[in-house]
Write a protein that binds this ligand. Structure first.
Ligand SMILES: [Zn+2]
Length: 253
């Protein structure tokens, strides 16, 4: 669908080969398997199929499996399936054309409203989601003033707002930290020539969001414990954090 969007094609109609235009049959469209069986080439014209498609299908399949194992059939499963599938589509779009499609962000906001739990306070969630984007906008503004260069695209900042509707503000700080860390590692590993060029940030955000969802609670608790220990103050403000009190109860038992 993202390929069709980038090529300004209609989202409706049958799938076809990008090289010869041949309409594809059901057997050509099985995720991961078809690519492997056809050895990455079109069945009709033998032209190479982009490896990106195979990577996307594999990553999405693995993420769906992990989410299913973690949540089982419940509303959270549907919420995160939607989030990570669309986030992968945005990563794909960003890595091909450096764009974050607004339409996908809107779908993510609608999905967050529809796939809610009774304990969710949606107005508060949508308001708290502004914390990080406002900070990022201020940072970008200052950076532009000093370095005359934009450190981050507006699309990335909008995406951080949408993610703020899915993750708590504490986890959003972790998510931002991990995204930057993964981005830096990506830059260091890429050839020296390509380092000065802009690079797509959303794939790093995708990976960081996955790590935050699965390990965020533990990482935050670990940091807060370390921090509190460092200050040697048992009554320190952070000890009242819900994550820590829950962890202390477990430890007490
Ligand atoms: Zn073909």
């Amino acid at each position: 669908m993202i390929d069709r969007r980038l090529a300004s094609e209609s989202p409706l109609g049958r799938s076809h080969c990008d090289s010869c235009g041949q309409q594809l049959k059901v057997g050509d469209l099985i995720p991961v398997l078809s690519f492997l069986l056809l050895r990455g080439r079109c069945r009709y014209c033998s032209q190479k199929i982009s490896g990106r498609l195979f990577v996307c299908e594999t990553v999405n399949g693995l993420t769906w499996t992990l989410l299913w194992l973690r949540y089982g059939p419940c509303v959270l499963l549907w919420r995160y399936l939607t989030l990570f599938t669309l986030l992968l589509a945005i990563s794909y779009s960003d890595s091909l054309s450096f764009t974050v499609p607004d339409s996908l962000l809107v779908i993510l906001i609608i999905a967050r409203i529809v796939l809610f739990q009774s304990s969710d306070r949606l107005p508060v969630i949508f308001l708290q989601a502004f914390y990080l984007p406002v900070f990022l906008l201020a940072f970008c503004f200052l950076f532009c003033l000093i370095r005359k260069k934009q450190p981050m695209g507006l699309g990335d900042i909008k995406l951080f707002y949408v993610l703020g509707c899915y993750f708590s503000w504490e986890k959003m700080i972790l998510l931002l930290f991990l995204s930057c860390l993964i981005g830096i590692i990506y830059c260091l590993l890429s050839p020296i020539k390509g380092r000065s060029r802009p690079f797509p940030f959303v794939p790093s955000i995708y990976l960081a969001a996955l790590l935050t969802l699965f390990f965020g609670q533990q990482i935050i608790a670990f940091y807060l414990f370390r921090f509190a220990k460092l200050l040697q103050a048992r009554h320190f403000l952070f000890l009242k954090h819900p994550v820590l009190s829950a962890l202390q109860t477990v430890k007490g038992k």
